[in-house]
Design a protein around this ligand. Structure first.
Ligand code: HEC
Length: 218
């Protein structure tokens, strides 16, 4: 029952998108072994279509593009020229799906509920970062970041990555944050990919909203 539903969905989406297939003719140029077959946004199962058919996922967490890649085994890295063709095909399919009227849930603006969730989740992260930034808990001597950098002043997150003479190398903001935890605060470094570091970074970045990025600037 479930699998027939899935294959029906797949057939329907492949049929709906056959026009899209033709539009992709420019990309599926005959000398290459990369061929666009369709898009699946409703199921994670790959239909047994053409030889070498593979499912490629986009960054949006939803769109899956079916592309046949001949001559490269799944799990094997594709040569750069073929990988570029696959990536370009994925992008064209994504752009067309976004504006397509074929699938009702594509190209629609976010609902007020979604917007609220996006905003409240990011605000929650920033608020936690604000607390850490204003707390002596990151160190051992009672000093906190805000005592020298009120409201994130002079932290210049927009200038990272950049070369820091103290660290003798090009670093990301998080490495500079750790340097400041270890030095003026006399604390223990945070895990660079840990929750607290992400929250601190989020707060510091939020204080520079609208500032153009200028990596490397001193
Ligand atoms: C005692 C004062 C003091 C405290 C406390 C302090 N800093 Fe700093 N911080 C400085 C000074 C001074 C500099 C400038 C160093 C330089 O020119 O590279 C600096 C530089 C920085 C930079 C680099 C700025 C840039 O232009 O690249 C960042 C980021 C930073 N601090 C973040 C923090 C964070 C996060 C904390 C808390 C964990 C903190 N600082 C605590 C004084 C302080």
């Amino acid at each position: 029952m479930k699998s027939s539903y899935i294959s029906l969905l797949t057939t329907v989406s492949l049929l709906l998108l056959s026009g899209l297939n033709e539009a992709k003719a420019g990309i599926d140029n005959a000398q290459t072994n990369v061929k666009y077959l369709g898009t699946m946004s409703c199921t994670k199962y790959l239909p047994p279509t053409a030889k070498g058919a593979r499912l490629f996922r986009l960054c949006d967490g939803k769109t899956k593009v079916i592309i046949a890649v001949e001559g490269v085994e799944p799990g094997e890295p594709m040569p750069r020229d073929i990988a570029q063709k696959v990536a370009s095909t994925m992008l064209v399919a994504y752009e067309e799906l976004k504006t397509s009227k074929l699938l009702a849930h594509k190209g629609t603006p976010h609902t007020p509920r979604e917007e609220n969730t996006f905003q409240s989740e990011v605000d929650r992260m920033i608020k936690k970062g604000y607390k850490l930034y204003h707390s002596p808990k990151l160190g051992t001597n009672g000093i906190s970041c805000d005592m020298c950098h009120p409201d994130g002043s002079n932290t210049h997150p927009e200038t990272y990555p950049k070369f820091q003479t103290q660290l003798k190398k090009a670093v990301l903001l998080r490495e500079m944050i750790n340097w400041c935890i270890e030095n003026p605060l006399e604390g223990q470094k945070l895990d660079e990919s840990g929750k607290e570091m992400k929250e601190l970074e989020a707060y510091i970045l939020s204080t520079r909203k609208g500032t153009p990025l200028e990596y490397g600037k001193h």
